[in-house]
Design a protein around this ligand. Structure first.
Ligand code: ARG
Length: 562
């Protein structure tokens, strides 16, 4: 890695500490080196906690070793270059690091004149993100909305990093509900093969057939039979299936690869499982265990009536994504309840032999369900802005706020938690909400606009000389801005998007603190400009660049006026 090209101080420090540790303690794994931002600026900006674990590992074989000596040895080899102002060993062998001002300032210039350049990646990965994934003919629910919002944002961050992302909408179009719908279609439209009726109210059609399915045993049996016929590609049943799919997709524009896509692959997979003796008979069902010890719940591969299941299609899809799509990483974004299903799927795949967890990374991104979705969008019209904005700007603002609020409310919560859907909360203009942050962004953009200074002029100025940041609040803001890369790195590890929202909020509040304490444009009593503080204008622009990038990743449109 070319260190000078890195922007994140934490990454640069980590690389330097890893190097020092490897030199002094060649047998210690580099993973002991962790750097965290300090909680109190008294202790510098970052803290390296490597001495303690090294001391723990070596003390039994080396009686003279002390925590202090470990820290000292590391420091002797440590070369932080231009990044570091000073280092100090604190109690318990913590190494405290103060960042060099000039270094940091030069990175602020880079943020302005090159934008948030993506950090380097070791390898461009092929990543399949399975998200959104509604079911044909069934109503979409807010769970699908959450999956869509969270999944989209995960795709955005991975694309920003430069990976090859395949967004996959795994549509439910091959399961039991189809048996039910086909049986009902046959009754309602006996001539469906020659007349191709159009089912115009699929919602109602679904409800009718569901009632029959739940109350009429005869119908239920027929429905299951229909699934089997469909899955064996019986032409008449395929025709019925197509009619229903067409009806369902009217007006919905999705890139799709439904469960049906995998039918032939399921057949081949079952053949393989049979040949290798993996399938077990269980009262007529064919099941597959995830482990020899048969501890978890088995996958049902073939039902007693011959039909395939959600388990079957997911296993086949998983195989396809690994072997055909050549995915390095596969991410599933669905409600928390499906976690076990995907865990068993991975176990089965490992057992069969097509999945090696050291080669392919798999993440299950689960989320809690949404409670109490009721209120409409009316609240949005409260703020009367007609007088300030053009019609087009007003429309744009309304749209960005509407989508932004809903997405942000979702993304800013830890996805594992259930969350209470509340328009009141998401539309508040204070606190960690989209409205507050969108306003913060427009306020920042309006600073330079108020003196007719455009972006190009600021970029030009940022190329001329390294900014000088002297005020404590300027300094604080600059450091927060450069933490952007730390957050991105963390999210690529655990895929928790709310971290980005928390960070975004911190940027906005730190900016306010700066702006309240440091003038950017000095005016006299008449409002005439007396002085423009160009370094601070550049810092404002750097803040805008970082906020805009966060919005991009969250799928929210930043507005320069609203
Ligand atoms: N259609 C499913 C549902 O609505 C979600 C599919 C998720 N993806 C998958 N590969 N199983 O619950």
């Amino acid at each position: 890695v070319n260190i000078s090209s890195l922007i994140s101080p934490r990454t640069i420090l980590t690389v330097a500490f890893v190097k020092a540790v490897a030199f002094v303690y060649p047998n210690i794994p580099s993973s002991v080196v962790t750097l965290v931002p300090t909680t109190n600026s008294k202790f510098g900006d970052y803290q390296c906690n490597a001495a303690m674990p090294i001391y723990q590992q070596l003390k039994s074989s080396d009686s003279k070793i002390t925590l202090q000596s470990v820290a000292q040895n590391i420091l002797k080899e440590f070369d932080g270059g231009e990044v570091v102002e000073k280092v100090e060993i604190a109690n318990a062998g913590f190494i405290n690091i103060w960042l060099n001002k000039n270094f940091l300032c030069s990175k602020i210039n880079i943020l302005v004149n090159q934008g948030c350049i993506p950090p380097p990646i070791k390898k461009r990965l092929k990543i399949v993100v399975d998200f959104s994934s509604p079911n044909v003919a069934k109503e979409m629910h807010v769970g699908h909305l959450r999956s869509t919002i969270i999944g989209d944002s995960i795709c955005r961050i991975l694309e920003y990093l430069g990976h090859d992302v395949l967004r996959l909408n795994h549509i439910g179009d091959w399961g039991t509900q189809f048996g039910m719908l086909i049986a009902h279609l046959q009754d309602m439209y006996p001539n469906y093969l020659t007349e191709s009726p159009s089912v115009d109210n699929l919602q109602r059609f679904y409800k009718e057939s569901k009632i029959r399915f739940d109350t009429d045993e005869e119908f239920k049996k027929r429905a299951y039979d229909c699934v089997v016929k469909l899955q064996s590609f019986n032409q008449d049943y395929l025709q019925a299936w197509k009619l229903i799919c067409v009806a369902s997709r009217k007006g919905v524009n999705v890139v799709e690869r439904g469960e049906s896509f995998y039918q032939k692959k399921m057949i081949t997979l079952i053949q393989e499982l049979n040949d290798k003796g993996f399938l077990e008979d269980d009262e007529g069902r064919k099941i597959l265990w995830g482990s020899e010890s048969k501890e978890d719940i088995p996958f049902t591969i073939v039902k007693s009536d011959g039909g395939f299941t959600y388990d079957t299609s997911d296993l086949a899809a998983f195989k396809h994504r690994i072997e055909e799509e050549k995915a390095d990483w596969i991410i599933y974004v669905t409600d928390e309840g499906q976690g076990t299903h995907f865990q068993i799927m991975q176990n089965c795949a490992r057992r069969i032999g097509f999945y090696d967890p050291t080669k392919v990374r798999v993440d299950f991104v689960g989320f809690g369900v949404v409670l109490g979705l009721k209120r409409s969008q009316e609240k949005l019209k409260e703020k009367n802005r007609q007088s300030v904005l053009t019609e087009k700007e007003l429309d744009e603002a309304a749209e960005s706020i509407a989508y932004g609020c809903i997405k942000y409310a979702d993304l800013s919560h830890n996805r594992n938690h259930v969350y209470l859907f509340s328009f009141d909360k998401m539309l508040e203009d204070k606190g960690n909400t989209a409205v507050y942050l969108l306003y913060a962004y427009t306020r920042i953009k309006s600073i330079s606009r108020s003196i007719q200074l455009n972006e190009d002029a600021i970029i030009r100025a940022s190329k001329e000389k390294v900014v000088e940041l002297n005020h404590e609040k300027e300094w604080k803001l600059a450091k927060v801005l450069l933490q952007f890369y730390d957050i991105i790195e963390r999210i690529t590890k655990d895929l928790y998007m709310h971290r980005l929202c928390e960070y975004l909020y911190e940027v906005a509040t730190t900016f306010s603190e700066f702006y309240d304490n440091c003038y950017c444009i000095k005016r006299d009593a008449e409002g005439q400009i007396q002085e423009v503080h160009m370094d601070r204008i550049i810092l404002c622009e750097a803040t805008a660049v970082v906020i805009k990038k966060c919005f991009d990743i969250l799928g929210i449109k930043a507005l320069s006026r609203m």
